[in-house]
Ligand binder design. Sequence first.
Ligand code: ADP
Ligand code: MG
Length: 478
Amino acid sequence: MTRDSRMVWDDCLRTIKKSVSPQSFKTWFEPIKPVQLDTEVLTIQVPNKFFFEWLEEHYVQLLKKSIRQELGERGRLVYHIPESGSKPNGHSSNSSKLDTRPSADKDSEPVPGSFDAEMIKNPFIIPGIKRIKVDPQLNANYTFENFIEGDCNRLARNAGLAIAKKPGGTAFNPLFIFGDVGLGKTHLAQAIGNDVVSKIESKAVLYVSAEKFTNQIIQAIKNNSVNDFVNFYQMIDVLIIDDIQFLSGKQKTQEIFFHIFNQLHQNGKQIILTSDRPPKDLEGMEERLISRFKWGLSADLQAPDLETRMAILETKMDEEGVDIPSDVLEFICYNIKNNIRELEGVMVSLLAQSTLIRRDVDMVLAKEVIRNFVTTINKEITVEFIQQLVAEHFNVPVEKLHHETRKRNIVIARQLSMYLAKKLTNKSLKSIGEQFGGRDHSTVIYSCKAVQDMMDTDIVFKDTVEEVEKKLKMSLNI
Ligand code: ADP
Ligand code: MG
């Protein structure tokens, strides 16, 4: 049987999967599409050049190994990068191919149609242009060192690091960082600026909120000095504009910004933008701007997982020189999920309280403080809450717990919910049964016994039960 590109790539993926974390696999390998197979050359499509650079830097050996395993010693990969929109000094072809043979092999003949990554860089940098001294308006507290890495921010953080090393010299221009409030957009954008300033003194870095930028334009229009305004911005090497969504609906500002953006981009200057939503969702923003926002890399910041939240909080506490018991830390991070700023808020109140009333930071104090932050906190464990949490843990819709079904994971989720309801609430067997689609008390007894038996024989299941139980207790104020 002859193998096609899909089959070969699937086999490669099997090898790769064994060597990387599930998260890395999902981030870096699942988005890849095999497109063509010519005897010893497999062409794969990656979403953008950043992807290619990342793979090349981090996974080249692994890719090499897996492809040779599948296609023999001479087997190799060629990347295909779809071009998104046309660039000002753009290549007219619809796609770019990059020869990704590991560097050591590159002295052999180049692949037709391939080009050197250098060619992507802009040729319009004017040497010796007048330097200006600009106050970058940065907050020195926002650095990469104290911007904790987690799955939630890995792509954005690493793109930021790459930019800081070579502002304007990577494919991520602009870098468009988006995400909900309090997830670290401003911190990350400023960290890039601070890093550039500390390394390359001659670079003119400027951080400005979109709001301030808009106000400056309004002033400039009033004073008849729009040209000066534009000229000033054109001298910036790294321009960071925070909360760009603020420009929505502001046509004149957008027009001037468009002009500045083009000039900077053409001259190989770095542009970093943050936004509370991805480019495509920016209503009231001109299409030509949105399409430029997509030229480089759009990277989102997501809500951090528990481990990352704990690491962030621990670092902050360390910075404050405060020791916090690990159960308190865990309790806080369990309860404050979506917003890092809020996490810090809890911490600050906790510290204030403990200094004011000279109490140690303990669980009792933590619960008092957190009550002011979490309005939805439950006073007691209810059957509904158990059902909700178990369903979430098992990744099944909660209403399925009420219906007749033989699906194994649903049956287990239902039995476990009953078991926990019996254990953690004062409800009678009868009323518990009623809350599971009107079952009778004997079903509840049977379920509790089934769960107990499974826990006795299956250590993994026992761990699961304990984890869910802990989650329940942590989520509640008990
Ligand atoms: P945004 O601009 O997205 O609303 P901020 O950058 O203001 O969010 O971040 C809110 C707070 O959370 C800041 O104090 C910031 O230092 C902190 N923060 C966010 N992400 C991290 C992280 N990964 N590590 C450490 N602190 C973080
Ligand atoms: Mg912000």
